[in-house]
Design a protein around this ligand. Sequence first.
Ligand code: ADP
Ligand code: MG
Length: 253
Amino acid sequence: MPDALAVQGLSMSFSGLKAVDDLSFRVAQGSVCGLIGPNGAGKSTILNCLTRITTPDAGHVEALGFDLLAEPIHRLPERGVMRTFQNLELFTDLSAVDNVAMGCAARLRAGWTAELLGLPASRRATRAAYATADAALAELGLSEIRDRRVADLPFGTQKQVELARALVAEPRLLMMDEPAAGMNHTESTELGRVIRRLGAEHGITILLVEHDMGLVMSACDRIIVVVQGRLIAEGTPQEIRANHKVIEAYLGE
Ligand code: ADP
Ligand code: MG
C-alpha cells in the first residue's frame, strides 16, 4: 500500500514553546492511524498544521500524492482532505440535515454557488445534497434526529453530525480530533465500527486523535504516540499497549 500521508520533520513553536518538534510519520492508504498523547502533547497543533489552519515553522507533508503545505487551504476538501474538530464547527441554529447537506458543497461547488445566487438550475444539486445527507445520517444511525436543531442535541450526537458532514464530502484522507469526546460507551463503540468500515470498505485513510483508549485500540491499525511534540513510539495497538515508554509517559498516568 502506498502512503496517503507522509510527514517529514514537522515543527511548530508558539513563542518559544515547541508544540511540535521535528515530527515524522507515515500513514498507509486505507488504514486507520491513531495519534495519542497526554493533554498538551501537540496533537491538535499537528492536525492544524496538516489541515493548513496553522503554518508550521518547518517540515514537508505529502498527502494523497500532492504537496500539502503548498496547497491553498480552500482546495483541501476538493483534494479529498477533510477534518473534524475537537470543539465542533457546526451551524448550531440549523438542523442536523442542513449541516450535513452543507458538507456536499465541496463536491457540488458550482451547484451550491448557483443556489446562493438563487438560480433555479441548482435545485437538482440541492436535492442531491439532501439525499446524500440523508444517506450519511442513516449510515451513522442518525435518521431520527434529522430535523433537530443541532444546538438541542447532546454533544456526542453533535460530534456524529460533524462526522456525517465530513463524510458527504467524500474525503480520501480524514483527520478526526477527539471524535468520541462526549459520547457514551455504546456511541463510541459504534463510532469505532464506523471508523473501521470507512477504512476497510471505502478506502478512506484516517488519522484519529482520541483519548478513549478502547476506541483507539479497537479501531486503529497503527498508533503513534506523541509527548511534548515528539514521537516517542509507534506500532500496532498490541505493541503500543506493551511499550514501557508509552506506559510511563501516558497510559500509566
Ligand atoms: P493537544 O491537542 O495534544 O492537547 P495542543 O496541540 O492543543 O495539544 O497544544 C500543544 C501545546 O501548544 C500546548 O502547550 C498548548 O498550550 C500550546 N498551544 C497550542 N495552541 C497554541 C496557540 N494558538 N498559542 C499558544 N500556544 C498554543
Ligand atoms: Mg487537542
